[in-house]
Design a protein around this ligand. Structure first.
Ligand SMILES: Cc1cc2nc3c(=O)[nH]c(=O)nc-3n(C[C@H](O)[C@H](O)[C@H](O)COP(=O)(O)O)c2cc1C
Length: 317
């Protein structure tokens, strides 16, 4: 097994290159370790992991089912209310809040997905016992729930952020906006509108652009024909130097740093002084079923009991 060791002097300057691993070398070293394991006959074979494709439309599910070279074991059918990233709308229309406008053509035909003969789960605004019942009625195996768990006691969201979101949600004043520009990926991204976070224009304007984590970088060909990496939310000048388009940088948020900063004990050194961004789904009616008051709280177990209060979970064999 290969280990990465360093005999470089210890420095406390976080901007000094010696305190970081070279990403490419670290990646190669990881691959080397994986290959070493594969060559070892005493390492038992792993059964292939199940692969669930996230889709927003039956046409995409059909392509996966019929054209994929590997096996697709099921589908997560994620609608435009779901937290995190969403599929783009088919039309190009954007509303006054900067959100993509979804129409009839974006709605999946669940019967067509059911006919593919694989299990599927509905995601995005389905966090209620009635929705679970309905989902099972159209042939789904169940629902996928994100936001209700993101706000529960066990979630690692920083307490002040969680409480702020719970309170606003309980008072029915929490707005979640599907931003067409926030994510460097270019996909619509749900941003919870919370004071003091990057959803606040002054907080966004004040933040010095910087790319410290780089999880959403894109590869590009450098002038010397090498592979370089750039991110539309990195400093604009450096993005332009790398051949990026200024229009792609406008309004982008460094969401990998911002999301990590919203989590307690997150990526401490890189994000401890960073502004946060929070994602959540647009539908939060579960909050009134789970919390008695705006300052109340609830556990992950409360969410599970609530969701299964109409139809019990399937019995495991
Ligand atoms: C905080 C948060 C982070 C999420 N991150 C991801 C993610 O990284 N990848 C993903 O496929 N879906 C992600 N989702 C979407 C959920 O997996 C799920 O499909 C969705 O939240 C379900 O809708 P709901 O939030 O209305 O329950 C995230 C959702 C939330 C609330």
């Amino acid at each position: 097994m290969t280990t990465i060791t360093s005999d470089k002097p210890i420095t406390h300057d976080l901007y000094h290159p010696d305190v970081y691993f070279n990403r490419e070398l670290s990646w190669l070293s990881f691959n080397e370790r994986v290959l070493e394991e594969a060559l070892d006959d005493t390492v038992p074979l792993l059964e292939r992991l199940k692969f669930l494709a996230i889709v927003s439309h039956h046409a995409l599910a059909q392509v996966h089912a019929h054209k994929a070279t590997g096996e697709v074991n099921g589908f997560l059918v994620e609608g435009p209310l779901a937290g995190g990233h969403n599929a783009p709308a088919r039309g190009k229309e954007i509303n006054e809040k900067g959100e993509p406008v979804y129409g009839e053509r974006d709605k999946p035909d669940l019967a067509k997905i059911r006919d593919l003969g694989r299990p599927f789960w509905l995601a995005g605004g389905h966090a209620s016992p009635e929705e679970l019942h309905e989902a099972r009625g159209v042939g789904a195996a169940g629902i996928q729930v994100g936001s209700a768990f993101a706000l529960c006691d066990e979630s690692a969201l920083k307490d002040e952020i969680k409480q702020g979101l719970r309170r606003k949600s309980f008072d029915s004043v929490l707005q979640v906006t599907a931003s067409s520009v926030a994510s460097p990926s270019g996909f619509p991204f749900q941003v919870a509108q919370l004071e003091g976070t990057l959803s606040d224009r002054p907080v966004y304007e004040k933040r010095k652009r910087d790319c410290r984590l780089g999880y959403l970088v894109e590869a590009y060909k450098t002038k010397r024909g090498r592979i370089g990496f750039r991110c539309p939310s990195e400093p604009v000048l450096s993005y332009l130097k790398k051949g990026g388009d200024v229009g792609d940088a406008e309004g982008r948020v460094c969401i990998c740093t911002g999301l990590a900063a919203a989590v307690r004990d997150g990526q401490s050194n890189e994000t401890s002084d960073e502004a946060c961004i929070v994602t959540l789904g647009q539908e939060q009616s579960y909050i009134h079923e789970l919390m008695p008051s705006a300052d109340g709280s609830y556990s992950a177990e409360d969410v599970v009991s609530y969701l299964f209060s109409l139809c019990p979970p399937p019995v495991a064999h």
